[in-house]
Design a protein around this ligand. Sequence first.
Ligand code: PEP
Ligand code: MG
Length: 538
Amino acid sequence: MSGQVVQTGIAIGRVRWVAELGQVGVVKAENPAFELESLRDAVSTAQRQLEKLKEKTEAEAGKHEAEIFEAHLMMLSDPSILDPIKDLIQEESRTALSASESVYDQTISMFESLDDAYLKQRALDVRDIKKRVMGILSGDLKAEANADSDDKIILVAEEITPSDTLEVERKKLAGMLMMTGGETSHTAILAQSLSIPAIVGCGQGLNALEEGDMIVIDGMEGKIISRPSEAVIAEYEEKKAAYEAERDALRAFVGMPSSTQSGRTVEIAANIAGPEDIEAVLLNDAEGVGLFRTEFIYMNRTEPPTEEDQIAIYTKILKGLGDKPVIFRTMDIGGDKEVSYLNIGNEANPFLGYRAIRYCLREPEIFKTQISAILQAAVHGNAKIMFPMISSVKEFLKAKAFVEEVKEALKAAGKAFADDVALGIMVEIPSAAILADTFADHVDFFSIGTNDLTQYTLAVDRQNSEIADLYDYMHPAVLSLVERVVKTGREKGVWVGMCGNAAADPRMIEKLMAWGIDEISMSPTKVLESRKFVRSLA
Ligand code: PEP
Ligand code: MG
């Protein structure tokens, strides 16, 4: 069993299935007045519980996390939901339980049918309220589950709502597993801020887990081990203790400069996929965002995000990060990142195919909409634009010409935008690395993408586990290209960063520091570890 890790770490505990509500259906009431009274009582009980959860969350996780319950409180008393429930009770003599189920289900379906990924996730919030109100109405909701045992709990469900997480005593909650995805769900955000190892998108395989089973979540490797032996538990207890001690000790590096002992400084930035990562960037004290993979904004939808959608998302990120620099990589779609509505079609070699900048240059409307949104959002912060998969100078110049065209259009429309946004390229195709010297005459900056640079230099598919042993970014051929780019940047005064996974590997960092790199960018959780390593260098 495996899935997508949304919070790393190791958890050992017993499975607690989040109770699913049974279907109530249409049930007639004998006394509608009594049902209305029950509904009123249930809503006020829910209100009190939510207020308490809000206070508890504020104290344990912070004000921002507690806002989830503020939103739930508002939804709970929203007349557009409560009034139809009352109407069903009064006009159709339905029980409070039956009427609530119908109206909450309709609201959930309405949110689920929306295209906007963020709004879609709100269905989860309504589900949470439904579960709470119906739980109170049916007398099932227990205030504090598992109060009589000291075992750690691993919550398991098809979907886990924020209150499911918070109903469990914080000290006992060790981890979370969800069958479905939901990176932008509040549950994932909560797991991150509470530092609870969590894996989403685990699929139906979770059904094999029985209530009370001992399990281990290996959130470093993305593995779930069910019914582990004593020896395996002992092994993971050790790993867990080591991981936690290390993580706690790393907090000491917050606020410290990322400099070697002889005073060479590098900027340590974070890679992000959307606004939900802002917190992790701040929490881990990253000095900026070296790679915002904007293609994630285009995924899980049925049509491209509008310019307004994008301006809102980009502005949120820039404002959230204050004056920290943010490198927006324009949509890098194709390869393993499929977007059905873009009609890229099936290709024999998608990694060598119609993707990223190749697609954008031939679909100017999509490309220009994104550039326009970035330039407008850029008045709120420190944005740079980077083009992916550049293989020739001609491509960069074409992309740059689109930026100029968009600026003219914004000027003509009298819209506010940032005129001085730096334009750079990802160096992830060997030809770009080989021609670094020529590119340096045109671009404002380079960011080396070792994930692709390695696969293209060594002709090793980065996803094929059969040949994973051949995929090595420390291969001398890859290193020689990296060295060439960093040194060329130095000589010609062009800023150079690295945003591929190799940027967090101490072996690579040591070399990069010697060659004179300006920035390394990585998963937010690796930032403090890398700062510690940089500070240990001579
Ligand atoms: C890379 O190729 O190194 C990179 C950072 O981009 P991605 O992993 O998104 O292809
Ligand atoms: Mg890449």
